[in-house]
Design a protein around this ligand. Structure first.
Ligand code: ADP
Ligand code: ASP
Ligand code: MG
Length: 405
């Protein structure tokens, strides 16, 4: 039995008209002789009634009285509603379908509510269902822990559900249907002329995703990569196949940019840069600071350590908490608010001189100060002021001619 997994994001199942496009894609896959496992996200975006953020607005999270366990219980409802509505419409279109929750589809997770990790998959039930129906619609983003509690996989986690099912079922491929026509050279909401990439490697897309390109969840990419199942990122309302994510870009017609230096640019906004300098009153103790951050569940990033100080970034909403912690430790931290981190990702930059020079030069010409930078062999990061983010990303996109083929 050939199985393919087709995942439809929130905007792809929000309205009946969009769901008709989704059903057309499923029909195409069925006509090609496949069985389909369709993973769905909660319907629409807030303020639409069953969207994840709308459900979330019903409780005062994280300040209210509910626990993380109850948060997961509430948020899981969005995907369940979506799965039943979608399966019902498939049946109305003459397609033999049924709906399953994440737990029923075999997602067994740990008990880390709001950010649960998949421990194992038990897809026996799902395989049995596929013997009698053509499409199983699975509620994305959720699983069940060993106590039978509903868990969720972190925001954007329906991609992860799709990839985990694709891997467990040995699917031919995983289609991620969304509101853009593929993975682009930058977020199209920031760069208007961002180009759709035809083929990208798992590593490159994983890097882009970790650096903020939310078009596909990084965990989903990892799971698909381990199982060697290709991903296609595609538009729900269009026909063409969008971006193919695979392990190696072969010299085929699909190779769109030979020897490209930079594959794409991603960004993360809403960061604060923290700087702590050693003083007579409080000589710097690097490990004490990082231990304190970890103990308080604060993720730190973009870390620069010198003998006399530390520079790092935190999500902006942690700023007050971090200030309190550091003041209690007698440090006098300095905060640079409203920063954004830009990542230029590309396997082609390895060993090529001049990439950093182009970045520094083009940003300087646009009057954008670099607050911090770092690099690895496939990624260069710069931190800029958030209000210069759009100009900075567009400048860099142009400097590397990413809009051109
Ligand atoms: P879904 O609900 O379908 O999962 P998401 O909102 O999670 O959709 O992801 C799609 C969005 O990701 C797009 O609307 C786009 O604005 C954003 N995005 C960010 N970076 C990129 C990129 N490099 N390529 C394409 N889309 C991107
Ligand atoms: N509905 C969930 C979210 O908004 C999961 C997803 O859409 O992937 O984060
Ligand atoms: Mg998403």
């Amino acid at each position: 039995m050939n199985v393919i997994v087709q995942k439809f994001g929130g905007t792809s199942v929000g309205q009946k008209e969009k769901r008709q496009h989704a059903i057309a894609h499923i029909k195409t896959a069925l006509n090609e002789g496949n069985k389909v496992v369709s993973v769905v996200s909660a319907m629409g975006r807030t303020p639409e009634p069953y969207a994840t953020d709308t459900l979330l607005s019903l409780i005062d999270y994280p300040n209210g009285f509910q626990t993380d366990r109850e948060y997961d219980l509430l948020l899981g409802c969005g995907e369940i509603i979506s799965a039943v509505v979608f399966s019902n419409e498939l049946k109305a279109n003459g397609i033999n379908a049924t709906a399953l929750t994440g737990a029923q589809a075999g997602f067994i997770t740990d008990s880390q509510f709001t950010q649960a990790k998949i421990k194992s998959m038990d897809v026996e039930r799902l395989k049995n269902e596929l013997k009698t129906v053509d499409v199983v619609v699975v509620a994305g983003f959720q699983g069940q822990d060993e106590n039978g509690d509903t868990t969720t996989l972190g925001r954007g986690g329906s991609d992860t559900s799709a990839a985990a099912l694709g891997a467990a079922l040995g699917a031919e491929y995983i289609d991620i249907f969304t509101d853009v026509d593929g993975v682009k050279t930058a977020d199209p909401r920031v760069v208007e002329d961002a180009r759709t990439i035809k083929v990208v490697t798992y590593n490159e897309i994983s890097n882009l995703a970790y650096q903020g390109a939310k078009v596909v969840h990084p965990r989903a990419v990892e799971l698909a990569m381990q199982a060697k199942v290709p991903i296609r990122v595609r538009s729900t309302v269009e026909e063409h196949v969008g971006t193919l994510v695979t392990s190696k870009i072969e010299d085929s017609q699909t190779k769109d940019v030979p020897d490209r230096l930079i594959t794409g640019i991603a960004h993360i906004a809403d960061l604060t840069q923290v700087s702590v300098e050693s003083s007579d009153k409080a000589p710097i103790n690097h490990s004490e600071i990082f231990t304190a951050m970890a103990d308080h569940g604060i993720s730190v990033d973009f870390i620069n350590i010198t003998p006399s100080g530390i520079l790092y970034t935190i999500p902006q909403h942690f700023q007050e908490k971090v200030k309190r912690i550091l003041l209690e430790m007698n440090y006098a931290p300095h905060f640079y608010q409203k920063c954004a981190k830009i990542a230029l990702v590309g396997a082609g930059m390895t060993g090529v001189p001049g990439v950093t020079a182009t970045i520094v030069q083009s940003l300087a010409q646009s009057g954008i100060p670099i607050l911090q930078s770092a690099d690895s062999h496939t990624t260069i990061w710069v931190l800029v002021e958030a209000d210069k983010l759009k100009t900075a990303v567009n400048t860099l996109h142009r400097a590397f001619a990413l809009n051109e083929l």
